[in-house]
Every structure is written in C-alpha cells, then in structure tokens.
Write a protein that binds this ligand. Structure first.
Ligand code: NDP
Length: 277
C-alpha cells in the first residue's frame, strides 16, 4: 500500500503551521506536506518543526491563487503517493480594519484567495482523494454571523440544500460586483468582504460533502468546514483568546477522524462541535 499523505495549505505560520505540528503530534502515519507560497518561509518552518521532533514533515510550494501551482502539487502527489489522504485548506487572508484600499478592491482580493483559491485547490486535489480521506476547509464563525446579516432572499439561496457549486460561484461574483459599484448593502449583502468569502467557504464545504456522498458513496470520505476560534496570529493580532496550537485543535480533530467514522460530514464545526447553520 502507498504511504499516507496529508497536505496543509498556508502552513508557513499561524494556524496552518500549528495544524502541521498538531497532525505530527497526533501521530499521523505518513508524510505531512507543509505547503506555502514562499519557499524560503516554508523551508524555515520545516526546519523549526524538525528541531521539535516532527520528522515526517516535507515542504512543497503551493500558491492557492495560482492554478498551475495546485496542478503541480497534484502531479507530485499522484507520482509519489498515488493519492491524497488528508487535505486542510487553511490558507486565507483578511485586510486589516485600518486598510485604505476601496471596499470593492478588498472584496475582489479577499474573494480571490479565500474562496477562489480554496476552490481551485479542491478542483485539483479532490479527484485524487483516497477512500477514508478527510478534508477540512478552514472557514470562520464570521461566516455564520455574516449569513445572518444577509437579506432573507440571499439567506434562502445560501441555505438551499440543492445549491450547486456553479450557483455559489455566481453569488460570490455578484457580491464582488456589488461591492465594486457600492451597491452591496442595498442588495442585501453584509458589509464585510472577509465574512462573505467565508460564507462561500462554509457553503462550498456543504456542497462538496453532498457531491462526495453522491459520487463516492461507501468510500468513507468526510469533508467539513471549521472555525479555529479567535487565534493569536498575524491575521487576528495578539489580543485574540487562543494560541495557534489551541486554534489547530478542531482542524486536527476533523483531519484525524478515525476510519469508519460516519460524521461529522458537510458541517461547520468549532470547538469540536457541530454548529447550527
Ligand atoms: P495568518 O495570516 O497568520 O496566516 C495565513 C497563511 O495563509 C499564511 O501562511 C499565508 O502565507 C497563507 N496564504 C495567504 N494567501 C496565500 C496564497 N495565495 N497561497 C498560499 N498561502 C497563502 O492567518 P491565520 O493563521 O490566522 O489564518 C489561517 C486560517 O484561519 C485562515 O483561513 C483564516 O481566515 C482562518 N481563521 C483565522 C482566525 C483567527 O482568529 N486567526 C479566526 C477564524 C478563521 P504568507 O505568509 O505567504 O502570507
């Protein structure tokens, strides 16, 4: 049998780095690919983990906004491992509250990374998932807050159990367009670029889980969205309540759900607990 392999995106620092460490400490039996868009930062992170005793960590470059980069990773995984066992889509970004870029630009840039980048990685890597694979999309509790701020019509669209990936993509595009024309609040969108991208990640996870259940029944694959909590990283700042290691607990729990587990699947999970959506 081929060696098992896990991939964590955006893992040179913050929660992603803590997830790689958490997988290693939880005894993941296989290689853990710490991916980062910047090779030097990724290699430095690997050196730090190896010094802490994590020997099964390997670097691979991945810029989630570059489709070619995802396809190179796919080829590497196919050739070296013959598939993929764990995928943690952690990479993400947020503008600071003090950012001066116009809201429409913030919406486009944030959407490109958090939603489209995550989607492109999934398009490349979900087809090579092995039976019993685990996929964790790092979303946020802000996605729940933000869907509740949408008008009733948008809420109904996002909560429609038959929503397709294509329809979700169109909705994300509509938000960016409305943000650029300054009409987003008038059209019923919440006044948050980050929050709307994370609605996209949570709803995408529900759609992907449904499609996996339909197309690969019996393969035991579990896919969920999660919130790490409010975590002290470059993104959230040092006043946040959790350490990166604490923030990694729920993603690692979902990535390590034992073989044979039937749930959670297609859920938004935080503090290891399924949340109402
Ligand atoms: P950080 O800003 O500390 O780390 C973000 C990571 O994502 C970095 O490694 C960054 O790389 C990487 N990244 C950004 N863009 C890309 C890209 N195009 N390709 C590859 N990697 C990329 O943030 P956190 O660790 O706090 O956040 C991790 C995840 O957790 C995000 O998805 C975030 O939205 C989510 N989250 C965080 C919360 C918090 O309180 N911190 C709360 C809820 C959710 P680089 O160093 O090169 O920029």
């Amino acid at each position: 049998m081929s060696k098992k392999v896990a991939v964590v995106t955006g893992a040179n620092k913050g929660i992603g780095l803590a997830i790689v460490k958490g997988l290693c400490k939880a005894g993941f039996k296989g290689d853990i690919l710490l991916t980062a868009r910047n090779e030097k930062l990724g290699q430095e992170a690997i050196a730090g983990l190896q010094a802490e005793g994590c020997k099964n960590v390997i670097f691979h470059q991945l810029d989630i906004c570059n489709q070619g980069s995802s396809l190179k990773l796919k080829k590497f995984l196919e050739e070296k491992y013959g598939g993929l066992d764990v995928l943690v889509n952690n990479a993400g970004m947020a503008f600071k509250n003090s950012a001066t870029e116009p809201f429409g630009e913030q919406a486009e840039v944030t959407m490109r990374t958090n939603f489209w980048g995550t989607l492109w990685v999934c398009h490349a890597l979900l087809p090579i998932l092995r039976p019993n694979a685990r996929v964790v999309n790092v979303s946020s509790f802000v996605s729940k807050k933000s869907i509740d701020q949408c008008n009733p019509e948008l809420q109904a669209k996002f909560r429609n159990k038959d929503l397709s990936e294509e329809e979700l993509c169109l909705l994300m595009g509509e938000f960016v367009h409305a943000a650029q024309t300054g009409d987003h609040t008038a059209q019923g969108w919440p006044n948050t670029a980050y929050g709307t991208t994370k609605i996209g990640v949570t709803v995408l996870s529900k759609i992907q889980a449904r499609v996996l259940s339909e197309t690969r029944p019996g393969d035991g694959i579990l896919l969920n969205a999660c919130c790490p909590g409010w975590v002290r990283t470059d993104m959230a700042g040092q006043n946040a309540s959790k350490s990166p290691e604490e923030g990694a607990e729920t993603p690692v729990y979902l990535a390590m759900l034992p073989e044979g587990a039937k749930e959670p699947h297609g859920q938004l999970v935080w503090d290891k607990t399924v949340q109402e959506w």
